[in-house]
Design a protein around this ligand. Sequence first.
Ligand code: TA6
Length: 278
Amino acid sequence: QSGFAHLTDLPCYVLQCGQATAVISSYGAHLLSYKPEAEVELIYLSPEAVWQNNTPIRGGVPVCWPWFGPAAAEFNPKAQKLPNHGVVRTEFWQVIQQSVTETEVRIEFRIATKELPYTNAPSYLSLTLQLTEAALILTLNSDQGLQQAALHSYFTVDSVHQVSVSTLAGAYLDKVKAGERFDQQHPELKFTAEVDRVYLDTADELTLEQAKNAVQIAQQGHDASVLWNPWIEKAAALKDLPDDGYLDFVCVETARLSLTTSAPLHLVQQIRYLGQLE
Ligand code: TA6
């Protein structure tokens, strides 16, 4: 696959349903590409991404689990140095099921959860990918709650300056401003500086619109959506992203962040290409 030839020897699975294709690696159960049509790539993958030496892949759809961002105290009683966004981005997952019908191609990855420094580790975590001609659905499941999770999707854009995400409402935590809480004033967000926001109680559907086309992101089982673009300085500080790479993507992430919800994890993100805009 030419778009990720730089990820040498990365084990990948290619799914195809009609014109739609998706590529996912067993390393991190990490989606690398989703093309609803032959020439239309919706997912951003950094040309400087690496996966060797326990590096999480920059771009695609990283799976964050069982914590999001830096490890919360619950996960880190000994205040160790733990990785950002949990521990499964850099593990190999096992394929436990694959099926093909006329209307859907499906693959399920599982990981036996490692010894973690907290008491509520579930017995498994699974990521199922369902590709149809109309959409791609990612579903993250486990048999426990009391854990954080996110599908940290990087969407490719022609120019970040021409992107908006809607419909946004209600409170958000602004990580660019030390996590301070604000109220969203406009139903859409445009990107004109660094954005790192956790929207609480977000809609089940968000739309990512750019000059020429739009993508719908439908979600279930979430209690937050995260919008992220590192902008100039932070992009320059990320060694697996080109300095101008921030122009080429925005992250729209489906997250479950409450650590008090005991219902089993069931987090869904459905990506649907809405096509060219008039
Ligand atoms: O989802 C946004 C975020 O948590 C940012 O704060 C930013 O650090 C980003 O994820 C990327 O994290 P990573 O560990 O992949 O470098």
